[in-house]
Write a protein that binds this ligand. Structure first.
Ligand SMILES: O=C(O)CC1=CCC(=O)O1
Length: 99
């Protein structure tokens, strides 16, 4: 099953630049691992915002939740998830293989 997530990152104003940078390094490594494992199918920056859209292919909602909870920035993110079904007009079953 495919899921689209929007993540909005909100760091507290009191957080230092060093701490933010440390979170960003850890987030990048965690994200790269998810992509290598084929769990995260892609991630895109929302232009002009500290937000992303990312896509996940998983069979289990509890597992998806654990994936989100594992993000180092999880405590500082608002996550909205949309499940995606096949559109009747889609010309392929595997969009990502086209990329
Ligand atoms: O959008 C960001 O920079 C935060 C983030 C969440 C997952 C990821 O890889 O980065």
């Amino acid at each position: 099953m495919l899921f689209l997530a929007r993540m909005d990152v909100v760091f507290p104003e009191s957080m230092s630049d060093e701490t933010k940078a440390d979170f960003q390094v850890k987030e990048k490594a965690y994200s790269a691992d998810l992509q290598e494992r084929g769990i995260m199918k892609g991630i895109w920056r929302v232009v002009g915002e500290y937000s992303n859209y990312s896509m996940y292919e998983v069979d289990d909602l509890d597992f998806l939740h654990s994936v989100f909870q594992g993000f180092p920035m999880f405590a500082y993110m608002n996550v909205n998830v949309t499940p995606l079904a096949k559109h009747p007009n889609a010309t392929t079953d595997d969009f990502f293989r086209q990329l």
